[in-house]
Write a protein that binds this ligand. Structure first.
Ligand code: PRP
Length: 182
């Protein structure tokens, strides 16, 4: 599908495809957490805020929502990829069922850091839910709920940005190289 925005090459995942997938992930999550008191969903800012909002509203199981923010440097699979915590959770997660909600896994450094950090806080369970994962060399990280696998191109929309722009597009699109090679 093409768009009429000259900054975008093509729509990779349409609004309807996203909505359908979010619904089916929510159904799967609800099934898996049917017997737990409360699911503690942790959205990673900024990118995950739209996915988390839609997923949480589809979720037919008791849950609460919190946020973390990290900043990262060194976006290659071979560098150590320094990740720093910028905003932490409001509550301890000891003995909670925690689901990390991310928009994208690219190199995997961010999710790797989050898993290590949150595992150390002794949650009752810890799983990951990611909307899109790039087909590329990345750290070997288990994603429990994955929306889509996408080619290794720069994508924007539905929370994903370039220089903080394009986040609120309702679909996920490939950004034209001209925009980020300026
Ligand atoms: C993006 C995205 C993930 C991370 C994935 O965040 O939201 O958190 O990169 O990349 P990785 O797998 O290579 O670590 P970004 O640092 O762009 O911040 P943002 O969410 O605020 O846009």
């Amino acid at each position: 599908m093409v768009t009429n925005n000259p900054d975008l090459d093509r729509v990779l995942i349409s609004q309807a495809q996203i909505a359908e997938r979010v619904k089916s992930i929510a159904a799967q999550v609800a099934k898996d957490y049917d017997n737990v008191d409360n699911l503690y969903m942790v959205g990673i800012l900024k990118g995950a805020f739209i996915f988390l909002a839609d997923l949480a509203r589809e979720l037919q199981v008791s849950h609460s929502v919190d946020f973390m923010a990290v900043s990262s440097y060194g976006k290659t699979a071979t560098t150590s990829g320094e990740v720093r915590l910028v905003l932490d959770l409001r509550e301890p997660i000891i003995d909670k069922h925690v689901l990390i909600v991310e928009d994208i896994v690219d190199t995997g450094h961010t999710l790797n850091y989050l898993l290590k950090t949150l595992r150390g806080r002794q949650p009752k369970s810890l799983k990951t839910c990611v909307l899109v994962r790039k087909e590329r060399d990345s750290l070997d990280i288990n994603v429990d709920y994955l929306g889509f696998t996408i080619p290794d191109v720069w994508v924007v929309g539905y929370g994903l940005d370039y220089a903080d722009s394009y986040r609120t597009l309702p679909y996920i699109a490939e950004l034209n190289k001209r925009v980020y090679s300026k």
